[in-house]
Write a protein that binds this ligand. Structure first.
Ligand code: DAH
Length: 344
């Protein structure tokens, strides 16, 4: 018992000596262990009262400990600053490593990468356009004039600065369609754009976040027709959702396309037969259509020579449709809670 205690005290003292940063600290260690009231000295005082066998063993160990501590103190006092540094920098190369926590892309970024790659294979280039936009690009050029009811759906965030003479009010882009006319002005046809970005609308609740993502496709060339649009969506549906999925077009109305469609895909559970989840076998992907001649004109493209198609779909939406992930609260996606994010 006593022998073990002495060993422990010795180890403690030696490690303190190694770590000591000054003469004062060395002296403090000496006093704490070997001083008149030091811990080793106290034990040495008790030795004569032990029984004979224990006395011999404890005496030997205590003297060895005392000697070891004294030698270590002497060595430490003689150490040059360079030697001291070397000791401080020493580390045990055989000690097992500490594995740093590894992160991964956010699930929305993962979906964006996948969508980008799918469209890259058929020649679409990913672009990004400003999130702070002018009314002209977000609405006016897309055939959505100020008094049009369609604009009410967007309930846009406006920025409180004086309107631009030509481009109108400043706002946070409510959809990626704002990139259409920008792309037409930046590039001559053929255009194959996939604009993936953040969109903002003042909706907040379990099924809406004020910021979300869309991916906007735009293809403009000579002789583009609805068959091309349909083929592209079929390709995307099979690549992203799986080879058994099919799409269909339903007539709809958007100001910036003519004709316009809503695109549906066969339900992932019943594959189109109809089930409890989808009812009729189809679920909605998003809007699309043939680019309206007015939009082409705003983009400086001759609608007699060129035609095109466009579509704008929600990234979060397609991602949740694909994974079957049902979030009780969509805001979880952007609350930066690692307990949630680590699951993906
Ligand atoms: N911009 C529309 C929205 O956010 C979606 C959309 C519909 C985009 C039809 C398109 C399109 O390019 O052709 O609701």
């Amino acid at each position: 018992m006593i022998a073990e205690k002495i060993q422990n005290l010795k180890n403690e003292a030696l490690s303190q000596i190694l770590k000591a940063k000054s003469e004062d600290e060395l002296e403090e260690t000496r006093i704490a262990y070997l001083g008149r009231k030091g811990q080793i000295s106290q034990i040495l005082k008790k030795i004569p009262s032990l029984d004979r066998e224990e006395r011999a063993q404890a005496g030997k160990i205590a003297n060895e400990a005392k000697e070891a501590i004294e030698n270590a103190l002497k060595r430490a006092q003689k150490q040059t600053p360079a030697e001291k540094k070397k000791i401080e920098e020493w580390f045990d190369i055989s000690a097992p490593g500490i594995r740093p926590p590894l992160g991964h892309l956010h699930l929305v970024s993962q979906a964006i990468e996948e969508i980008t790659a799918i469209f890259a294979k058929i020649g679409f280039t990913r672009v990004r356009y400003p999130e702070v936009e002018w009314d002209f690009n977000a609405f006016e050029s897309l055939n959505m004039q100020g008094d049009q009811p369609a604009r009410d759906d967007f309930e846009t965030f406006y920025i409180d600065v004086p309107p631009h003479q030509k481009w109108g009010r400043m706002l946070l882009t409510p959809h990626t369609s704002s990139g259409q006319v920008r792309e037409m002005k930046a590039h001559k046809p053929p255009i194959r754009m996939i604009n993936i970005g953040k969109c903002y609308r003042p909706n907040y609740g379990v099924s809406h976040t004020p910021m979300f993502h869309q991916f906007e496709g735009l293809l403009i060339n000579k002789g583009v027709h609805i068959g091309h649009l349909k083929g592209t969506f079929d390709y995307f549906a099979k690549e992203f959702f799986g080879p058994k999925r099919k799409i269909r077009l339903r007539p709809f109305n958007f100001p910036f396309t003519e004709p316009s469609f809503e695109v549906d895909i066969t339900c992932g559970i019943c594959l189109g037969k109809g089930c409890r989840v989808c009812k009729e076998g189809w679920v909605e992907l998003g809007g699309a259509g043939m680019v309206h001649p007015v939009v082409l004109k705003h983009g400086g493209i001759d609608s007699k020579k060129y035609t095109g198609y466009a579509f704008g779909w929600g990234v979060e939406r397609v991602m949740m449709m694909k994974s079957g992930l049902k979030l009780p609260d969509l805001r979880l996606m952007y609350s930066n809670d690692l307990r949630f994010l680590n699951q993906f």
